[in-house]
Design a protein around this ligand. Structure first.
Ligand SMILES: [Zn+2]
Length: 150
């Protein structure tokens, strides 16, 4: 499922089944500047369409998600369901929620990936020449707590 971290791309469900990029742009383009639209094919048995809509700024996307979610716009089938649809990039998972670790932890200079993954060299070879300075974990006990909390 999509997570709820705000991002510039929204998934809008509950659109008119005949929706096109143009009709979506007319419906929602007046609330914010749209950079791209991808209308998904209407699934068999469904009476509404869904679309991915990217806005030019995060602020616009957040405004739409807060104010248009649940509204029925003229020409649409029913109340729109709007959720954030971040790009599927596992490397960014949890980013934003972990700020407190970055701000005060000893790993603040090395970024959010420090000790959040097992060292592949250590796993395959049984040792790692970098030792303690390696940015990856040499065993479950070294894994950054953040990886467990997500
Ligand atoms: Zn290592």
């Amino acid at each position: 499922m999509f997570n709820e971290a705000p991002c510039q791309t929204l998934m809008v469900k509950g659109l008119n089944a005949q929706s096109t990029e143009e009709s979506v742009r007319q419906s929602l383009g007046k609330f914010g500047a749209i950079s791209s639209i991808k209308v998904l094919p209407v699934a068999a048995g469904k009476t509404t369409a869904a679309a991915f809509i990217s806005f030019t700024t995060l602020e616009e996307a957040m405004w739409i998600a807060e104010n248009i979610n649940g509204m029925t716009l003229p020409g649409e089938a029913g109340p729109l369901e709007i959720v954030y649809a971040p790009p599927r990039d596992p490397m960014k998972g949890g980013k934003g929620k972990g700020g407190k670790f970055d701000a005060t932890g000893p790993y603040s200079m090395t970024g959010s990936l420090h000790k959040t993954k097992m060292c592949s060299f250590f796993q395959s070879q049984g040792f790692c020449a970098k030792g303690d300075v390696c940015g990856f974990a040499h065993g479950a006990h070294e894994l950054n707590g953040r990886a467990l909390s997500c």
